[in-house]
Design a protein around this ligand. Sequence first.
Ligand code: KQY
Length: 349
Amino acid sequence: MPAEFAPHEATWMLWPHRPDAWREQGQPAQRAYAEVAAAIAAAEPLRVGVRGSQIEAASALLPASAEIVELDSDDAWMRDVGPSFVTNGGGDRRGVDWQFNAWGGRDGGLYPNWDLDIEVAAQVIEIEGDQRYKAPLVLEGGSIHVDGEGTCLTTEECLLNKNRNPSLTREQIEGHLCDYLGVEKILWLGAGTFGDETDGHVDNLACFIRPGVVALTWTDEAAHPQHAISLDARRRLEAITDARGRSLQVELLPMPSPLPMSEAEAAGVVASGEVLPRLAGDELAGSYVNFYICNGRIVAPLLDQRTDEAAMAKLAELFPEREVVAVPGREILLGGGNIHCITQQIPAV
Ligand code: KQY
């Protein structure tokens, strides 16, 4: 699997629509997704899967260059329901279609029916004209990062969770990752970001900046519940080597301050009893690590005026050869993820 920082042919997104997941019938989230779409579409081709009844709304908000594809989904997290693309260096690309159970199935999953989501990856692969590997592993794309040089970064909290692959051992899971991603070494972090409803996706905690360099969400506040989690991750990263035998350089990205959901935000969500309830005061799992790398750009979420400037400056320092484009991330965060979670790259071959 090429790293996200390798050249892309295109990016895929989905369009948010469900009123029990997104406030005010999804309209603020749609505007936020459209801002992300505009930032990406200015850098590379963008395709957006939209359910039939939403095509008019999506056309009005998405940039003119975005290709709107009629494609239905239960929610709008292309990182997790979409395919992971792999290449062989000889001009071939294939899509890996993982098993999906809505982040935990009957044991903590985020909605009870994901029939549409499980069809998304195969449709994307077919539209791209690529062949498909059907993988026997429950895995969301947000639970892995690769460096493109044989290393995969993931968390125990998610991939070893009994609500994903209860019949597989750590070794068997590693075997599937090696087989389907073409990696040789799995780097295991412990827990993900505090309060993350995905059971600790790595893409909200840490990511590769380039081979040998990892960014980690970080707070110096010892009393913050994230402090011990990030400290554990830092110690693990500093103690291991990657698939090429390199020690890792760990770069710290400041965390936003605590971000509780407001009364007004919670009140705008229609409770259906199907989706994890959105309640005032819920602590949102905000993280600047949840950015997206596209051709020539970093698209990063603005989350908190107290920390945005420092986080964007750090990203600019980490990616001197790319432009950092900051877009509002709060509305996406209200749905439980951020920019990385709503995008999926198609690597160039
Ligand atoms: O963060 C993600 N990768 C997805 C979050 C899904 C949340 C559904 N409410």
